[in-house]
Design a protein around this ligand. Structure first.
Ligand code: BLA
Length: 768
């Protein structure tokens, strides 16, 4: 809560969080004794003993408990103290002789405090009998029957306050619930008609400071029977053994802090009874009872209320959980649909945004954006793209958590004011630092009804060097309109976003894994191929040579003795061997084309082409081929591979000539980011349906009888082009000649970027 104070150097937190359990003061309607085990020696006593017992506090300190109570009661108390649960003897009726035959009956309640001292508190008994448990039960049962009939949570809360009001007859009974930010509001109220209603009013966090909340978790019922009473101090003030104030956390008589007493006076309250409602070890809310005048109720009745509080609260929790459960089931359904789509799609972002409604419903948002790699894909109502980019930048610099959310973005990121209509609320999950999934909620102008001005929840007063807090005087309805604020993000929604984050991270990781696996497989198959090529060239070459040598020997030595058919067979064998040799060479050539092995350098294409033509000279002459070309550029390539590429393509064009002498033209054309080369011929062409097959390793469209060759040439071409990050394809018609196209990107991406920068420098002048 915002507090406007002009006293910056005052330790507000210290004042708000004063240790109220160490007050050393109690309410005067009872007597408190601090006892030391095992003899139950009296160490401290409240200073009202003279009034109540007729014994001065000083005299009390000379005594043991057995000097005060009769042996039967002492026995009972000692048994209780040595038992498992001290509460079994609470309360014990005890008779203390005041004078002569005058006895006073008390309800004695004992507990052992944190420091190991026994604290016995005596409250005047209303009846002399112990109220049997059954009456307790009957009181509670009637209420529980009614509660079972309540159909919803709201009605249920209303029945609770009605029943507690009937049991206790307090003027006003409220069910007060804490919100996530610790302020609270009245969700149900039963009151005398003439009192002004507090139902629906909100109260600032500071009305019930942290230490008070902590006490309420430990000690779940508390009574202030007379807010105007004068508290009494303990004697001595400090515990004589520890030399410190005694810890009164679980005391029932502990005096309320003066600040709270003032608060009650300002509110016109004479007595209060407060029952805590605890869920998962946290204070969920309170049943707060007010009476305008002093009012005392017995320990038993208080216990009955506490019991009722516990039982009914189990029911509240169960009902809350059912509502939560239904919401969670729905969430889980939405989540799993999203995750399913995401993992089916190659690009998980498509999976997310393909399902706009689910993405929005997951966080009950009106807009969402998936920002990945500098690109934002949006669904529903979102800020404009430029605004999103700045917002993402801001998140990058300011958010480290796995999830970030606010219901008032403009307050922490002022630029958001311009798009408050769509994004006053933001929920964001960062993925791998630079990427985000964002959800947005519009501004909702809410009017919050406060019990008094929350910005002036209290004042700091200074008098005679004493600084203290005073609660506000007015609790009148005070309306605060909350602007630049969206509906708050609920816990379930934040959790759902976190779950989605986990799923996305998993998918991204899995895809990265798959890519790495693919790369690894590829590397392995390349390595296998290289190994094979090595073996082929060395180990196979030798037996092959042997075959050739012996066949030739056979021909030389026995040539005359062999008939014509035998000569024919020998020539087939030689042909086979030479084909096999070409095959081996080709596989070796193929395996050498390797991304890693590429040596990029500035290459004059014309020189390279001439070298290829040189290698093909004999076949050019044999076929009478003419080869022309466009002016050729200088490009970044691997010279040897480019030469091989031209040699294969032109060799191919010569091989598949028609009945005309081959006419081949090498073209070169600059496109935006590459050189486009072409090799056009007037040969037999191919049926377009085979356009892709021809580039596959060992694929042949013709038999060896028609055209010799291994079917490796074009596969090698394809690999060379791809190693240069280019593309290769053919355009052809059967009988209509063919044109092979391939591209060589200009200098690779890196070079392109460097060049771009240089041009800019040139434009704007260097050194600026
Ligand atoms: C305690 N304040 C409380 C309690 C309630 C409230 C319910 C505990 C009940 C009790 O011990 O009686 C507040 N009571 C409310 C509210 C409603 C209500 C919000 O009926 C709404 C209908 N309080 C202040 C300031 C201080 C402060 C400025 O406003 C000073 C720091 C203190 N409140 C304060 C303290 C206690 C308290 C110290 C604990 C009292 C104690 O047990 O000693």
């Amino acid at each position: 809560m915002k507090i406007n104070l002009e006293l910056p150097d005052i330790n507000l937190i210290g004042l708000q969080e004063a240790p109220i359990h160490l007050s050393s003061q109690i309410q005067p309607h009872g007597v408190l004794l601090v006892l030391e085990e095992p003899e139950l020696k009296i160490l401290q006593v409240s200073t009202n003993t003279l009034n109540i017992f007729g014994i001065t506090p000083e005299n009390m300190l000379q005594k043991k408990l057995e000097d005060l109570l009769d042996p039967f009661q002492i026995e009972k108390i000692k048994t209780g103290l040595s038992g498992v649960n001290i509460d079994f003897i609470n309360p014990t009726k005890v008779w203390v002789r005041k004078k002569g035959d005058e006895y006073i009956v008390f309800d004695a309640v004992c507990h052992c405090n944190e420091e190991g001292f026994i604290i016995m508190e005596l409250e005047p008994a209303i009846t002399q009998e112990n109220i049997p448990f059954l009456s307790f039960y009957n009181l509670a049962r009637a209420s529980i029957n009614k509660l079972e009939k309540a159909s919803n949570l709201h009605e249920f809360c209303q029945v609770i306050v009605q029943e507690v009001q009937k049991l206790t007859e307090f003027d006003r009974v409220m069910l007060y619930k804490f919100d996530d930010d610790e302020h609270g509001y009245v969700v149900a109220e039963e009151k005398l008609e003439r009192l002004e209603p507090y139902l629906g009013l909100h109260y600032p966090e500071s009305d019930i400071p942290k230490p008070a909340r902590k006490l309420f978790v430990a000690n779940s019922i508390r009574i202030i029977p007379d807010s105007s009473c004068q508290p009494v101090t303990l004697f001595p003030v400090n515990n004589p053994i520890s030399d410190r104030p005694i810890n009164l956390t679980n005391s029932i008589l502990r005096s309320a802090s003066p600040c709270h007493i003032e608060y009650l006076h300002n509110m016109g309250v004479g007595a209060t009874l407060t029952i805590s409602l605890i869920k998962d070890q946290k204070l969920w809310g309170l049943i707060a009872c007010h009476h305008q005048s002093p009012k005392y109720i017995s320990y038993e009745l208080r216990k009955a209320c506490e019991f009722l509080g516990r039982v009914i609260f189990t029911e509240i929790s169960a009902r809350e959980e059912t509502e939560d459960y239904d919401r969670r089931i729905n969430m889980t359904h939405i989540q799993s649909t999203l995750i399913e789509y995401m993992s089916q799609d190659e690009n998980f972002i498509d999976g997310l945004v393909k399902n706009p409604q689910n993405l929005l419903d997951l966080a009950s948002a009106q807009g969402a954006a998936v920002c990945f790699g500098g690109n934002c894909t949006v669904v529903g109502e979102t800020p404009k793209k430029e605004d999103l980019n700045f917002l993402v930048q801001w998140l990058k610099n300011n958010v480290e958590e796995e999830v970030f959310y606010t219901d008032s973005l403009p307050q922490i990121y002022p630029d958001a004011e311009s798009f408050k209509n769509v994004a006053s609320g933001l929920l964001a999950i960062p993925i791998a630092k630079r990427n985000y999934v964002l959800w947005f909620r519009p501004e909702v102008i809410q009017t919050v009804n406060w019990g008094g001005d929350p910005n002036q929840a209290f004042e700091v007063s200074q008098s005679e060097g004493n600084v203290r807090l005073c609660p506000r005087k007015s609790f009148e309805l005070w309306k605060e309109t909350v602007r630049l604020t969206s509906l708050p993000w609920k816990d379930v929604e934040v959790k759902a976003a976190l779950e989605l984050r986990k799923a996305i991270v998993n998918i991204v990781l899995r895809q990265a894994d798959e890519l790495a696996q693919l790369a690894e497989d590829l590397e392995r198959s390349n390595a296998d191929l290289k190994k094979f090529a090595y073996i082929a060239s060395h180990d196979l070459q030798e037996p092959l040579n042997q075959v050739v040598n012996y066949v030739q020997l056979l021909e030389m030595r026995y040539g005359q003795k062999l008939d014509k058919e035998a000569h024919e067979f020998i020539s087939y064998a030689v042909q086979g061997v030479s084909l096999m040799q070409t095959l081996i060479d080709d596989v070796l050539a193929y395996s050498k084309v390797d991304m890693q092995a590429i040596a990029f350098q500035m290459t004059e294409v014309e020189t390279v082409l001439n070298r290829a033509l040189g290698n093909l000279r004999q076949r050019i002459n044999e076929t009478g081929a003419t080869i022309t070309h466009d002016p050729l550029p200088i490009v970044m390539t691997d010279k040897t591979q480019l030469m091989q590429l031209f040699q294969n393509l032109i060799g191919n064009a010569i091989k598949f000539h028609s009945d005309q002498p081959p006419q081949i033209h090498v073209g070169a054309e600059r496109t935006e980011d590459a050189w486009l080369f072409s090799v056009r011929d007037n040969g037999i062409g191919i049926d377009p349906q085979f356009s892709d097959r021809i580039f596959v390793i060992f694929q042949r469209l013709h038999t060896r009888d028609e055209y010799i060759g291994t079917g490796m040439g074009l596969a090698i071409c394809k690999k060379i082009v791809e190693c240069h990050r280019g593309r290769i394809w053919i355009e052809s018609k059967l009988g209509g000649g063919a044109t092979f196209y391939f591209t060589i990107p200009v200098g690779g991406r890196e070079l392109e970027r460097r060049k771009g920068r240089k041009t800019q420098n040139d434009l704007f002048g260097r050194g600026q």
